[in-house]
Design a protein around this ligand. Structure first.
Ligand code: MTE
Ligand code: MO
Length: 535
């Protein structure tokens, strides 16, 4: 018997040693190793350009290659969270690939080295390389990340092997199997937690923002003049959009996965191209140039009817006209191209400025230095043009060129070359699909036709007559460049109702009922709200 037992136990040892880690262990080890690889890459890339990240670089690269489609899809799906979702998708995909590498490596250890080498290569190729300094960092980040992944996977697989060896040397099989399983998951969990902490630390380090601290030091000179303002808050129905959009609520649209962090000490704004005297100016220079403040409603061409990709702010800055006049615009220069530090571009006809509309290189927004995500240190704001053809954030260059000689970022991707803002209105109150009580109620919203102004807003309930709403801002110095708040009274009767609105500009042009999508030059149609009136 004793002999038989020994023989059996010996057989066990051999078999167990060959079995090695379970599939679950190998999969978990792969995922943790991929996490360690990502964390290492993030930590290393944090030492590059501020705000740099390998995941961010891969995402930017994807945005660049997929072009407008991916961005628009992501924005439509996830709104303001589009970037977070994209970055999360990259992380989850990497962890899934790691899991696969782990499972394959269970039988062939060399697969862990090959797998992570390929993953690193993918990161290197996909990660956008903007300048030589970053190339080294991207190379280091993907190389060291891949190495960390392979080492962690091999280590965890080795730890996961122990159960079989222990089983062989012990009579108390279950206990030790549990003990070693605990050991494996202890290690795996520990490394996973460490990786998460390292990745977080890397992001914090990368976010050590020169831009934030530089912005905090900017003090805007006071600007004289009468400031338009909406009616006192007490006079607006609850739920109506405020006249001025606070910076923290102002919509955000850009193609940058990682918000550009501009350090004003090595930034200038260039005025170049078809000009007699090209020049550059730094932030101190801009701040010392005579400024204006203009209240302008800015809107995104992607805004759906009834959507919230529109906001109204006080923009402080230098009139664009004064900057290009100083450079001396040459005859034949028919387009103003506006370039960003991040490679994004916009362009509009030089003649846009002929009517004297607000067109400013803005350094201030609602009395504060321009927020980093809205383009610090300077951006362009042109009344009456959609953001995609005019409102370049993180502005680096204003280049005079010909109309034929240049297409902006979105124009190259099939959007209209000209982007005047279409007259539009929005119903804010009552809320969509809400249930309200019968009796006197308020219908309220905003309407805009920047540079043309709003002369009237009308509302219609079901198929009833169009009735005129009251413009709330008469007498509050509002200009034709901002949106207007409006309110209409309605005696709500029980039942389901559809409310519509339409605006007319000061030239007498009424917004069209014809429904068209945002692409290629802005959505049209009446805004509608469906409400249920119940006792
Ligand atoms: N550098 C840069 N500037 C940009 C963009 C961009 O993608 N990159 N998007 C433009 C678009 S489409 C719009 S609608 C406005 C939005 O400005 P906001 O994010 O400050 O609201 O910025 C414009 N300026
Ligand atoms: Mo936009």
């Amino acid at each position: 018997m004793g002999n038989a037992n020994e023989a059996e136990s010996h057989t066990d040892t051999t078999r167990a040693a060959l079995v090695g880690p379970t599939r679950l262990n190998a999969a978990a080890a792969g995922a943790v190793a991929a996490g360690a690889a990502l964390a290492t890459a993030e930590l290393v890339s944090a030492f590059g350009e501020p705000g740099q990240s390998l995941v961010g670089g891969v995402g930017s690269g994807m945005i660049e290659r997929a072009g407008g489609g991916l961005v628009r899809w992501a924005i439509s799906m996830f709104g303001k969270n589009d970037k977070v979702v994209l970055a999360g998708g990259i992380v989850v995909t990497t962890l899934a690939i790691g899991t696969l590498i782990g499972i394959v490596s269970r039988r062939k250890r060399v697969a862990s080295v090959i797998g992570f080498a390929l993953l690193g290569l993918a990161g290197l190729l996909l990660g956008r390389i903007r300048d030589p300094a970053n190339q080294v960092i991207v190379l280091l980040a993907s190389g060291l990340g891949a190495a960390a992944g392979a080492v962690v996977l091999l280590g965890l697989l080795a730890i996961a092997e122990r159960p079989s060896k222990r089983i062989a040397t012990s009579f108390d099989t279950p206990t030790n199997a549990y003990a070693s399983r605990r050991a494996f998951f202890g290690w795996a969990g520990g490394i996973g937690a460490f990786a998460a902490a390292a990745a977080y630390g890397g992001r914090q380090l990368a976010g050590r923002s020169v831009a934030d601290s530089a912005r905090a030091k900017v003090s805007l000179p006071a600007v004289e003049g009468i400031r338009p303002s909406g009616p006192p808050p007490g006079e607006t129905p609850e739920g109506l959009t405020p006249y001025l959009t606070p910076n923290s609520d102002f919509y955000l649209i850009d193609t940058a996965l990682v918000t550009p962090q501009v350090d004003p000490t090595n930034w200038t704004l260039k005025v170049s191209g078809m000009v007699d005297r090209p020049f550059e100016m730094d932030l101190a220079g801009l701040l010392a140039t005579p400024m204006v403040e203009e209240t302008v409603t800015m809107s995104c061409v992607s805004n759906e009817v009834g959507g919230d990709l529109v906001g109204n702010a006080r923009w402080q800055g230098i009139p664009l006209k004064s900057l290009i006049d100083r450079a001396g615009v040459q005859a034949g220069a028919s387009q103003i191209a506006a370039l960003s530090v991040d490679g994004w571009t916009a362009g509009f006809p030089t003649s846009t400025l002929d009517d004297g509309r607000p067109a400013i290189v803005a350094v201030g927004m609602n009395g504060e230095p321009l927020p980093v995500e809205h383009g610090f240190p300077a951006r362009l704001v042109v009344a009456g043009l959609y953001g995609y053809v005019s409102a370049t954030k993180w502005l680096s260059e204003i280049r005079l060129t010909t109309w034929e000689g240049f297409d902006g970022y979105w124009t190259r991707k099939g959007w209209s070359k000209r982007g005047p803002v279409k007259i539009q209105s929005r119903i804010d109150v009552p809320r969509s699909r809400s249930e309200i009580a019968p009796g006197p109620t308020k219908i309220a919203g905003v309407a805009w036709a920047p540079t043309r102004g709003i002369s009237k807003v009308e509302v219609q309930v079901d198929d009833g007559p169009w009735t005129r709403a009251r413009l709330l801002d008469a007498g509050f110095n509002n200009t034709d460049n901002t949106w207007h708040q409006w309110v209409a009274e309605w005696d709500a009767t029980p039942g389901d109702h559809t409310i519509r609105a339409r605006a007319t500009d000061r030239r007498g042009e009424t917004q069209t009922a014809a429904v068209s999508p945002p692409e290629p030059d802005g959505a049209t149609g009446y805004p509608t709200r469906r409400v249920a009136v119940r006792d």
